[in-house]
Design a binder for this molecule. Structure first.
Ligand SMILES: CC(C)(COP(=O)(O)OP(=O)(O)OC[C@H]1O[C@@H](n2cnc3c(N)ncnc32)[C@H](O)[C@@H]1O)[C@@H](O)C(=O)NCCC(=O)NCCS
Ligand SMILES: Nc1ncnc2c1ncn2[C@@H]1O[C@H](COP(=O)(O)OP(=O)(O)OP(=O)(O)O)[C@@H](O)[C@H]1O
Length: 230
């Protein structure tokens, strides 16, 4: 099994690229969706948030008021660290279960769309690592227009993550998404070819079928050896 890391900066275009992967038949685990599921009303993550941040971050229906919590944590690094620390175990185990489900199905290549791949050190589990990069002016412009936020709020969100240029320097593959969507789709074709290359031996052993073959071969080997010894 090949675990492809997909990351970048906020609003750099990760979801745009993960949609292209999905359209090409490659399954994607989306850490933002996992992070939303683990804080649904009544879950362990929800309880921890209410304990730490109080009822002020709840909507009338009891769900987390994401806009309110976002305002708090993106303007206060200490509170953001608290939130990160509380949710990290829930998010990583949620991602693990999603991978396990796809492994059981026999998927050989899985894309992990994780905005904080480097920040959470999950990069060590993925190869290759794809970084979706945009220049800063474009990133701010797209973030403001998508989320309807001010430039200051956009900069706060960008500064809550490691620098996108540094992430770019750590990437195996960089997708420059500063141009038009058509240009990005064209760049994506080469990336898809690279990601879909035949699995290495190690990756094959990590896949469901590879592990099954290894177990069968070992069992047959042991049986033959026992027969020869008798
Ligand atoms: C703060 C919250 C409530 C804001 O919710 P909101 O719906 O406005 O944003 P959403 O969840 O869609 O995230 C949008 C983007 O913000 C960035 N982001 C989210 N959380 C963080 C964080 N803790 N630090 C830095 N950037 C973050 C990511 O690039 C993400 O793609 C929410 O982002 C959250 O619960 N974050 C903590 C969980 C987390 O770490 N998520 C990232 C998964 S790796
Ligand atoms: N090449 C492009 N040209 C124009 N707009 C784009 C391009 N790529 C992405 N966008 C737009 O920019 C915004 C951010 O893109 P997207 O949601 O894919 O980023 P993201 O990295 O997944 O964001 P987040 O970190 O918040 O999850 C969206 O409104 C999207 O439609």
């Amino acid at each position: 099994m090949r675990l492809v890391g997909l990351t970048g900066g906020i609003a750099s275009g990760k979801s745009t690229i993960s949609n292209l992967f999905k359209a090409s038949g490659i399954p994607v685990v989306d850490a933002d969706i996992v992070a939303r599921n683990v804080v649904q009303k009544g879950t362990g993550g929800w309880k921890k948030i209410v304990e730490a941040f109080g009822n002020d971050v709840l909507l009338e229906n009891g769900e987390i008021d994401r806009a309110r919590l976002g305002q708090i944590v993106f303007s206060d690094p200490e509170k953001r660290q608290v939130l990160n620390r509380l949710l990290a175990p829930h998010i990583s185990s949620g991602i693990f279960w999603e991978i396990l489900k796809l492994w059981i199905k026999g998927c050989k290549v899985i894309v992990l769309d994780i905005p904080l791949l480097f920040e959470t050190k999950m990069d060590q589990w993925t190869h290759p690592i794809i970084v979706v990069w945009v220049n800063e002016a474009t990133q701010i412009e797209r973030l403001m227009s998508r989320d309807g936020c001010s430039e200051e709020q956009a900069r706060n969100r960008i500064n809550a993550q490691l620098a996108l240029d540094w992430k770019k320097s750590q990437a195996d593959i960089v997708i420059d998404n500063s141009g038009t969507l058509d240009e990005t789709k064209k760049n994506f074709e080469a990336v898809l070819r690279k990601v879909s290359e035949p699995l290495t031996w190690k990756e094959r052993l990590r896949s469901r079928d590879g592990l099954f073959s290894a177990v069968v071969c070992t069992a047959v080997g042991v049986l033959l050896a026992q027969k020869n010894l008798l």
